[in-house]
Design a protein around this ligand. Sequence first.
Ligand code: GAR
Length: 193
Amino acid sequence: MALSTGSKKIKTAVFITGTGSNLKSLIKFSKLKKSPISIKIIISNNPKAKGLRFGKIYKIKKKIFNFKKKTTAEKEILFELKKNKINLICLAGFMKILSKNFIHNFNGKIMNIHPSLLPKYKGLKTHERAIKNKDKYSGCSVHFVNSKLDSGKIILKKKVRINKKDTPQTLAKKILVQEHKLYPKAILKIFNL
Ligand code: GAR
């Protein structure tokens, strides 16, 4: 099924593992009139994820699933998503790899934000690797999720300059500021808005 807004907002799930600053920016965006999405549920693999507090603050349902039993967790998540009529998944700092079967169930309807200029630096420790390689720029990318890690079709990217004094931490901070702008922009783009 293709993504389409029609007159109603697209029921969206956001998946997080940690701080949830991208979740917060997506929630704020979803409340704007121009936003095509409405966030119905927050899903996490981590009961201690700081970002879960945004569920309470913004009165959005949240659910935690134990990925030690990944097959079961994914089955339960799919059930929850169907129950809530979810039609778009935004991965926002979700640090688990979803199975082919799960992705197949939401084919073309899962987006992710990644802290590098893809296809450079798929996977982890992106900032460290960019600095080590003496790159002049790094940045962030929003892409569709397919069954290969960080390899789906790229929707938008934003470059960020790396300064000589940057550490992985300072670079992460600078890139995060851009991530918060890029994810909403990418959502508008996929809906042709
Ligand atoms: C973000 O920088 C996001 O791009 C990254 O984790 C951070 C989460 O921050 N995601 C990945 O590395 C995915 N492989 P947040 O919890 O504050 O949104």
